[in-house]
Design a protein around this ligand. Sequence first.
Ligand SMILES: *Cc1c(COP(=O)(O)O)cnc(C)c1O
Length: 363
Amino acid sequence: MEFIDLKAQYRALKTSIDARIHKVLEHGQYILGPEVAEMEQKLAAYTGAKHCISCASGTEALLMSLLALGIGPGDEVITTPFTFVATAEMIVLAGAKPVYVDIERDTCLIDATKIVAKITPRTRAIIPVSLYGQVADMDAINAIAAQHGIAVIEDAAQSFGATYQGRRSGNLSTIGCTSFFPSKPLGCYGDGGALFTNDDALAKALREIRVHGQERRYYHTRIGVGGRMDTIQCAVVLGKLERFDWEVERRLALGDAYGKMLQDAGAKAGLLTVRPDRDCVWAQYTVFVENREAVQKALQAQGVPTAVHYPVALNRQPAYRDDASAAETVHSQWAAERVMSLPMSADLTMEQMERVVAALAAA
Ligand SMILES: *Cc1c(COP(=O)(O)O)cnc(C)c1O
């Protein structure tokens, strides 16, 4: 069994993906070719955002969003310590300081009720992370941001396709950042990412930043990056979009089924809570277990692969160590010690899921 079965997806979409890649090889516009604009239009329409700007990766999207907002040295950005490293890494790389707010224990998402206490005159933005495919409490976060005149950047790398009160992840705040890393809910066959915004000036800034801050060819009005997504990767995303609605439906259904089957089997695994006003596209199907290492070994022996997202909160990582906040973010620490992700993809079969659940119940 694969942890994420990307080969089954390729088999299902092979004809279309192969044809689209070959078209790029033939027309030869490998950088910013027609597929790039086509993908951006389709993704903007999908999320409902006015602008979509593709970029080199989810990490690059985060950096570009901070640059576009003019965030740098002396500024603070509030985020969660329980996330993939790129969220805090790009804040530090932009020259700003990450300020960590703990998560809600049942969702593993930033606790919006704890944000206001961390706002200072230096705070410029909040970066909630839509971890595992569920969006944080964006209404509450947007309201706090509006009150303090600061921006909200959604790290939607794991949540493309998810909804919050009927609206799509990526289009819920000042800027949304997503990733097309192969294992994400919408992936390409290499690195890729995208930014979403409804703000014309920010969209213009992001398009310039993507190409070394140039306003026109070789005329540089700001500091940027080499941050383009290549045409072939956009062609792959276009191929995958053909059955993406089906994949999202499958992910929602498989997530529900996993929860019910784990409970029915009496597995000693705590389930994540999905709030009633949103859904979760389960970039990872993650549960809480005690004695994680032993459970992982027992599952491995049954041929069931698992992974840990993430074993160490960022404020306890050597490069990001922040003892004062680490002492406060107790739920992040609790979750880091217990989370374990099970095999998940739109092509996961019921039989495979039954095997996973049986192995976990036995462990
Ligand atoms: C994957 C991920 C990123 C980075 O995306 P890349 O495309 O791999 O650079 C950022 N944040 C979160 C929460 C992620 O899961």
